[in-house]
Structure formats: C-alpha cells, structure tokens
Design a protein around this ligand. Structure first.
Ligand code: SAH
Length: 264
C-alpha cells in the first residue's frame, strides 16, 4: 500500500526532535505525556522517548548526562554522535534540532525570541587557513527553507552558527556580523552535517537565552533566562508538533504547493 499523501508529497509520519539539555527537553515530554525514556545506544548516554501525536510518531531525544562530569552532554561532538545513532535507529521524515541560543540585539534579537535556521548552517570557531580546508571548517551547509512553517509559527529564519564555546572572541563577533547570524549555538551545524549525509530533511528551531552583543557575560544571561526561554521553546514546538500531527507533507511545510510551477 502506498503512503498517504497530502498535496504532492507523502505525509510526514515520523519526526525526530533532538535536544542537548534536559531543561530544554522536559517541557515537551510533559506536554505530550511521553512515557519512560530508554537508552538510544549502549555506547551513548542519550535517552529516547516516543509518542504518537495524531499522524506523527514523535521521537524525542536528549544527549543525556556525561558520566564523568555529571552535566548535560552539550556541544558538537555529542550532537553529531547522537544524531548518527538516532538516524540509524529511526529513519525520520524530518529531523528537528530544538534548543536555546545566543541572539543578536543588533539584528532584532531579544530574550525569548525564536528563529528557524535559514540560509546556511555555519561554524564560527574552526580556524584552518589551508586551501579548501577553511571553507570546510566553516561548513556553510545550505539550510532548507520552510516559509509556510515560518508563517504558521510567526517566526523569522536566518543563519545559525555553531561552535564549542558559550562566549565569543572579537574575531567570532566579526564573523557573526559578516554572515548576519541570528542564532549562535553549540549543536545545529554538527547535526545539519550528519542529516545531510543521511539525506534527511533538517530543521533547527532556537530560542534566545542571551544576547551575544550585550555587555553582560553570556553565561550570566543564560542561567537567568534558561527556564523562561525553554518555556517559550516548548510552546512553539508544541504548536509545530500539533501542526505536523494534523498530517502535513514536506511540500506543504515548504509552502511550495501554492506557488505556480516555473514551467506552467
Ligand atoms: N552552564 C550551562 C551550559 C549551557 S551551554 C549549564 O549547563 O547550565 C549552552 C547551551 O545552550 C548549548 O547547548 C547551546 O546550544 C545553547 N546556547 C545558548 N546560548 C548560547 C550562546 N550564547 N552560545 C553558544 N551556545 C548557546
């Protein structure tokens, strides 16, 4: 039997939502009354919960707790290894990386404001001044566009840049200006690179906990705003998951079915 379809592409029936931190992830697990978590893979601390939400099987995953340091496994390495293991265990129709980020007041950013990753996924702290390798170090993975989703959620999109530090060097601040970055995080670009290898559509949704272009250190802003920004993220993601649960296609998310085709 063929897949149920809406408009011109199959209905999205399985969605991964991957978080780095428990504080970012707990709200969605509660909201959708998800069951007990189980280990993703024996060699990883990552935890998975699943739940059927309307038309969609929701796969909810956190990187888990680092056994040596006792904190959430944030950062590029855990993001990439968890993403690879998740993709080999569950082939989703779309992969969502949800979390918090640093924002930029100079580009309209504010605490609690959310963005979809758009234009490109970048790396801002990988410096390899060798021919060809600098471009690879900066990643610049093209972002898929979901204009219908932006409209549905009422949020903007823009470049996301990932790296391994919460603070930023003057050189990195220059990079953010040049690239017009709207969200600075520690996971999205690593996951974009893995989903690209797997050929799985990717979407990042990020809520601002701290303003990178503000004199107060990022970590102080982050700790003060983590709970409230995570609550905003939960509300937005619930709306997104509820929308997907109605049975929508990727074509519909991208909003292209309403546009006339070039050759008609
Ligand atoms: N000390 C904190 C560490 C959080 S690090 C704690 O454990 O409580 C920040 C996390 O939030 C990362 O997963 C990252 O993706 C996101 N993040 C929020 N603001 C950020 C910023 N300004 N720069 C980089 N990552 C940021």
């Amino acid at each position: 039997m063929s897949e149920p379809t809406s408009h011109s592409s199959p209905i999205i029936h399985r969605v991964i939502v991957h978080f780095a931190m428990e504080a970012e992830a707990a709200g969605i697990a509660r909201r959708f009354v998800m069951g007990a978590e189980s280990p993703l893979h024996p060699a990883l601390p990552a935890r998975v919960r699943t739940q059927q939400v309307g038309a969609v099987e929701l796969i909810h995953c956190t990187n888990g707790i680092d056994s040596q340091h006792g904190v959430d496994r944030i950062g590029l390495e855990s993001a990439a290894t968890t993403a690879w293991a998740l993709l080999s265990a569950y082939k989703p129709c779309i992969y969502i990386n949800a979390g918090t980020c640093g924002g930029f007041a100079g580009r309209g950013g504010a605490i609690g404001r959310s963005y979809l990753g758009g234009r490109a996924f970048l790396m801002h702290d990988h410096r390899v001044p060798l021919p060809g390798f600098q471009a690879q170090a900066e990643a610049r993975i093209p972002a898929e566009h979901y204009p219908a989703l932006e409209r549905q959620l009422g949020i903007d999109s823009g470049p996301v840049s990932s790296g391994s530090s919460l603070d930023a060097t003057p050189q990195e601040l220059e990079f953010f200006e040049q690239e017009q970055v709207v969200a600075k995080d520690m996971e999205a670009t690593a996951i974009a690179s893995v989903t690209r290898d797997w050929g799985v559509p990717f979407l990042a949704i990020k809520t601002v906990t701290d303003l990178v272009d503000h004199p107060e250190p990022s970590h102080e802003q982050f700790l003060r705003n983590l709970a409230s920004s995570s609550a905003h993220l939960t509300d937005l993601l619930s709306e997104l998951i509820g929308f997907l649960g109605q049975g929508v296609s990727l074509t519909r998310l991208r909003g292209v079915e309403t546009e006339p085709s070039a050759d008609s």
